[in-house]
Design a protein around this ligand. Structure first.
Ligand code: GAL
Length: 686
């Protein structure tokens, strides 16, 4: 493969990025591991910490699910055992991440205050005996949580052995029907609309006699009831996300009252569409958890499920990092898990590959889930760094050790984080995202085969094959930082946002808008104007109409003489004067009409892609043509091979089922691996 990294372009650029203050950039990354002292005989703790230290781990992680041990009776706290564990960890130079354990309230609470329990939409109430059964919307649950957290923060906030805090565990949006959630929803709506008439207007309640006379008449929408008002559901989802966000935010603010030089984060599952990630402003940065091998064949080739989806970690990196400039990965599997429908062994080397993927995206730490394999409880068959005897290091544990040693080697070659080659930086691309678009589209898909995330992934996958650094950004971020901004299926807009897009292009930005953009306002209502006309000016076209085809019989679009198939969405466009037509429909009664247009506007360009192709080939070719037109140098990596830069290092990873030979630039110094990269192999050079 010939790529564009000439020695000249390897001259590094140093951006003026603010460095994260919580981590020392020279460490590159820290590596930690989960430990639950309460699961093990205390006389084994020291042996375990010593082994952690000997393997090279730098921090451990305590008290995540230990509320029953921390507050065995209401108001009676016991931190002595935890103090002893912290002291022993410190003896072996292990820093500690402390957790708030609000994912597992003790049984006395569920029995004494059953009103704290989550209620499902069908009325079922979650029961003690698992985890995550308490309602974030319950003021009482919050109060009980804050009492315990305040004690913990008073006790550990000024303790140098504690480096940071993890709030709750994998906090999700609960979609909780607890009566407290209903009251909370009404308050949320009162604040948002102040007068009931405004709410009626926003929700279009004159339709089908849904009009409300007061906020007190409003209930949580039955999301499974056919035809339930989808404007109401949109607000309910916003409310539900805010419950998780507020709960975490309040926890963080409380800890900050006592914490000295300790960071606060939580460990989100990258459920991008739930709308809560990044929504708790008091967190210092965001972390995520990631599992790669659990039975679903998302990898490449016959046994690709042993390696995992090549972009699964990359995408989480690119989603979490832009929120606050850094991120950590709080959980990564060290081997077989127990909760998949099928739980295969990862391919030897895959665990190390994933750690390198985490690192490549710019993370500050990675933490193994977990040190010891549990002997009892829900996660019995889940691998650890050591096996059931507590001492034998697993293959995955050895891969952690290898990674840690490799990072130690790289630390000797340290360069500042933002040292990256000019051609890599030149192809930096943003994808503008707002989960509310997917929520809104999902309620009125128009074509059951439409999938917003898959639509976005078609662009993302192409960008990663270019070797481009990608940021998923939210509307509060600066568009001008990116030569190209992709705005996929952005259904909900307002004039201010569209004006920002126009300005970005006028000032020289290159905007890619895709189908379904600009149809509705933020309440999810169509605008009283020609359909989609709010974006006509910036799109440099008008939307005549859109068509949808049945899955078994795709339609045809042609670009540069090459055919592509499509089903889910096709917009028939009327280009503005001066706009170029890049692709046209080949069939149906509208054969020959434009599907993709490209225009110069002000100092920039606008590419409008009105069609969603069957397999993403069209999206890839559109972006190739665009970047060529803009003289942005791109690579041509096969699917499964990823490349990123950080700290002056280039990290090339092979998730594919074949060896891949990387064409090293002249003068490159290989630090890890070889230019022939086997499956699950890693190449690092500078
Ligand atoms: C995660 C969870 C952990 C543990 C792990 C097992 O989703 O956050 O607490 O259950 O799965 O793989």
């Amino acid at each position: 493969m010939k790529h564009l990294l000439t020695p000249l372009l390897l001259l590094f650029t140093v951006a003026t990025f603010a460095q994260t203050t919580w981590f020392n950039d020279k460490d590159l990354t820290l590596t930690g591991v989960y430990y639950y002292p309460e699961h093990w005989n205390e006389n084994q703790w020291e042996r375990d910490f010593k082994q952690m230290r000997d393997l090279g781990f730098e921090f451990t992680h305590f008290a995540e699910f230990a509320w029953a041990q921390l507050e065995p009776e209401e108001g009676k706290y016991d931190f002595d055992w935890l103090d002893r564990a912290v002291a022993l960890a410190a003896k072996y130079n292990l820093k500690v991440v402390m957790c708030t354990s609000t994912a597992t309230p003790p049984v006395w609470m569920s029995r004494k205050y059953p009103e704290i329990l989550v209620k499902y939409e069908d009325g079922t109430i979650r029961e003690h005996g698992a985890r995550q059964h308490a309602s974030f919307a319950s003021p009482l649950y919050r109060e009980l949580s804050f009492k315990m957290i305040e004690k913990l923060a008073q006790h550990y906030g000024n303790d140098k052995r504690i480096v940071g805090w993890q709030l709750d565990n994998e906090p999700e949006v609960q979609f909780d029907f607890n009566p407290a959630a209903e009251l909370g929803f009404r308050d949320f709506l009162r604040k948002k609309y102040s007068r009931i008439e405004e709410l009626n207007n926003a929700w279009g309640t004159t339709f089908w006699s849904q009009v409300y006379a007061s906020f007190d008449e409003i209930k949580l929408p039955r999301t499974k009831q056919l035809f339930m008002n989808h404007h109401q559901i949109l607000d309910y989802r916003r409310f539900a996300a805010s419950q998780t966000n507020d709960f975490l935010n309040e926890q963080a603010l409380l800890i900050k009252k006592y914490a000295r030089n300790q960071w606060i984060t939580t460990n989100y599952i990258p459920n991008y569409d739930e709308g809560h990630i990044g929504g708790s402003s008091a967190l210092d940065f965001q972390s995520y958890t990631r599992y790669m091998v659990y039975g679903d064949n998302e990898g490449i080739g016959r046994r690709g499920y042993r390696v995992g989806n090549p972009l699964r970690i990359a995408k989480a990196n690119d989603f979490f990092r832009p929120i606050q400039g850094t991120y950590g990965v709080m959980e990564l599997q060290p081997g077989q898990v127990n909760w998949g429908s099928i739980n295969p062994q990862p391919l030897p080397g895959a665990v190390r590959l994933w750690m390198w993927s985490v690192f490549a995206g710019g993370s500050d730490f990675v933490c193994a889930y977990r040190f010891r394999q549990p002997l009892y409880g829900t996660e019995q068959y889940h691998y650890g760094i050591v096996g059931t005897d507590g001492v034998t290091v697993t293959d995955g544990g050895r891969e952690y050790q290898q990674f840690i040693n490799e990072i130690k080697l790289l630390r000797k070659h340290y360069a500042p984080r933002e040292e990256k080659p000019a051609d890599y930086v030149a192809r930096k691309t943003a994808i503008l995202c707002n989960h509310e678009n997917a929520w809104s589209i999902d309620k009125q898909k128009q074509n059951r085969t439409w999938n917003t995330e898959q639509h976005i992934d078609k662009y993302y996958r192409s960008l990663k094959s270019f070797g481009a650094p990608v940021d998923f950004i939210t509307e509060d971020k600066e568009l001008n930082d990116y030569p190209v901004v992709i705005v996929p299926a952005y259904q909900l807009v307002d004039e201010a946002l569209v004006k920002r897009w126009e300005k970005y292009v006028e000032q020289g930005g290159n905007l890619v808008l895709t189908c379904r953009t600009g149809h509705k306002d933020r309440f999810g209502r169509l605008l009283e104007a020609p359909f989609r006309s709010v974006i006509d000016k910036v799109a440099c076209n008008k939307l005549d109409f859109f068509d949808l085809l049945l899955p078994h019989d795709p339609g045809m679009v042609q670009m540069n003489g090459k055919p592509y198939t499509w089903n889910t969405w096709g917009e028939i466009l009327i280009p503005a004067a001066g706009a170029e037509t890049w692709a046209t429909y080949q069939e149906e009664y509208y054969a020959g009409t434009p599907a993709i247009t490209f225009s110069k506007l002000g100092k920039g360009t606008v590419t409008y892609v009105g069609v969603d192709s069957s397999n993403g080939d069209l999206e890839a070719d559109v972006l190739k043509q665009l970047y060529a037109r803009l003289n942005i140098p791109v690579m041509n990596l096969p699917y499964g091979v990823t490349l990123e830069y950080r700290n002056g290092f280039c990290i090339v990873l092979n998730y594919s089922d074949k060896p891949y030979t990387f064409d090293l630039p002249t003068g490159a110094q290989v630090l890890i691996g070889k230019k022939e990269i086997p499956t699950a192999g890693v190449l690092v050079f500078k």
